[in-house]
Design a protein around this ligand. Structure first.
Ligand SMILES: NC(=O)C1=CN([C@@H]2O[C@H](COP(=O)(O)OP(=O)(O)OC[C@H]3O[C@@H](n4cnc5c(N)ncnc54)[C@H](O)[C@@H]3O)[C@@H](O)[C@H]2O)C=CC1
Ligand SMILES: O=C([O-])CC(=O)C(=O)O
Length: 364
């Protein structure tokens, strides 16, 4: 057989394989094979974030529109009636993906067999309060719930801590649930990340989807550092850096940073209660990207257990830029850090070290 004949045969074979693959995919789509349901726990489910979050999960906004879910909803006894109303509304919504709802005030029942735990339950910050003020109320809740998750959740359960102080609650949960892999315990800074994208999109009058790769470093608090040094915008003329397009370092280094840092407080001031649907939506973003992967060339911010990357003390839950693949996150490495950023990253780490000490003193 000469080379030409061989090439022809390879081409025919490739064509046949491609056609067979298409036929298999076509037939598969008619078989309507359903995935096994994923069990998702939402604590504080009768609260305002919970109320916004559970329909998002049941609609497939967190795990995809082909993924059935079973919802476990936990709240405390005084909120039991309101919790039951959430269950009634879930049933009334007839969500096709929702395969079951357990609404309970029993922590063990709530944690049993959960694959994903979204910890929202706790005491929220009120106008004029700093996160430290809610520390003692919330860390003791997380110490107790750590034990229930460790004993009753699926062995590879992924945990997202939303309740404040989110980073330190996540750390307490990690320390009191030593058998849950440390990479499985994260906290929400995606709301801050999305707020930073929103501010840049408003400033440049571009769609928020065209802005990428901002970073939230550190604590989900007013010391967090929203960093745009590596952020880009997709334009008709290609990808441009945010710094180049904004062309105003003074604004980026001052007003932009404080607006993102203080956004939670600004919402509380205007609404008299803290952000709810934006927090719920960001929690969906966090889990979706963690489980299904970040889009190519894009990173997101997640509060994760520090391994010492970027000189951040190991043993803190600190927000880093991460990419996710096959259900695992990894910290984006090798980004250049200038002096301005270094000082801000250290300041927020310092606050986390203080919070950790305070949390332990509350537990004693
Ligand atoms: N990380 C983030 O980006 C954000 C965090 N938050 C935090 O999320 C938390 C929840 O906020 P909201 O829903 O607005 O508060 P909320 O007060 O409306 O709801 C909290 C719910 O938690 C319940 N709860 C209290 N103790 C509990 C326990 N031991 N177990 C289970 N449930 C319990 C309450 O009964 C209530 O239903 C707060 O800590 C808030 O500061 C809020 C916005 C953004
Ligand atoms: O500030 C708060 O307590 C609520 C919150 O975390 C936020 O909106 O970022």
């Amino acid at each position: 057989m000469d080379k030409l004949e061989l090439a022809e045969q390879i081409a025919v074979l490739s064509g046949c394989l491609y056609l067979s693959w298409k036929i298999v995919k076509y037939v598969w789509s008619f078989l309507d094979v359903e995935e096994d349901p994923v069990t998702v726990l939402v604590t504080g489910a009768a609260g305002q974030i919970g109320y916004a979050l559970v329909p998002m999960i049941a609609r497939g906004e967190m795990l995809g529109t082909n993924q059935p879910v079973i919802l476990h909803l936990l709240d405390i006894e005084p909120a039991a009636e309101a919790l039951n109303a959430v269950k009634m509304e879930l049933i009334d919504s007839a969500f096709p993906l929702l395969k079951g709802v357990v609404a309970t005030t029993n922590v063990v029942e709530a944690c049993t067999d959960v694959d994903i735990a979204i910890m929202v339950g706790g005491f929220p910050r009120k106008d004029g309060m700093e996160r430290k003020d809610v520390m003692s109320k919330n860390v003791s809740i997380y110490k107790a719930q750590a034990a229930a998750l460790e004993q009753h959740a699926s062995s590879n359960c992924k945990v997202l801590l939303v309740a404040n102080p989110a980073n330190t609650n996540a750390l307490i949960l990690k320390e009191f649930a030593p058998s849950i892999p440390e990479d499985n315990i994260t906290c929400l800074t995606r709301l801050d990340h999305n707020r930073a994208l929103g501010q840049i999109s408003e400033r440049l009058n571009v769609h928020v989807n065209d802005v990428k790769n901002v970073i939230i470093w550190g604590n989900h608090s007013s010391t967090q550092y929203p960093d745009v040094n590596h952020a880009t915008v997709s334009t008709d003329k290609g990808t441009k850096s945010v710094r180049e397009l904004v062309n105003n370092d003074q604004w980026l280094n001052t007003e932009f940073v404080t607006t993102v840092q203080q956004r939670g407080a600004a919402i509380i001031k205007s609404r008299k209660s803290s952000s709810a649907f934006s927090a719920a939506s960001s929690a969906c973003d966090h889990i979706r990207d963690w489980v299904l992967g970040t889009p190519k060339g894009t990173w997101v911010s997640m509060g994760v257990y520090s391994d010492g990357s970027y000189g951040v003390q190991p043993g803190l839950i600190y927000s880093f830029p991460v990419t996710c693949e096959k259900g695992e996150w990894s910290i984006v490495q090798g980004l250049k850090i200038d002096e301005f950023s270094r000082a801000k990253m250290d300041a927020t780490a310092e606050e986390l070290i203080e919070e950790k000490a305070l949390a332990y003193s509350c537990l004693n």
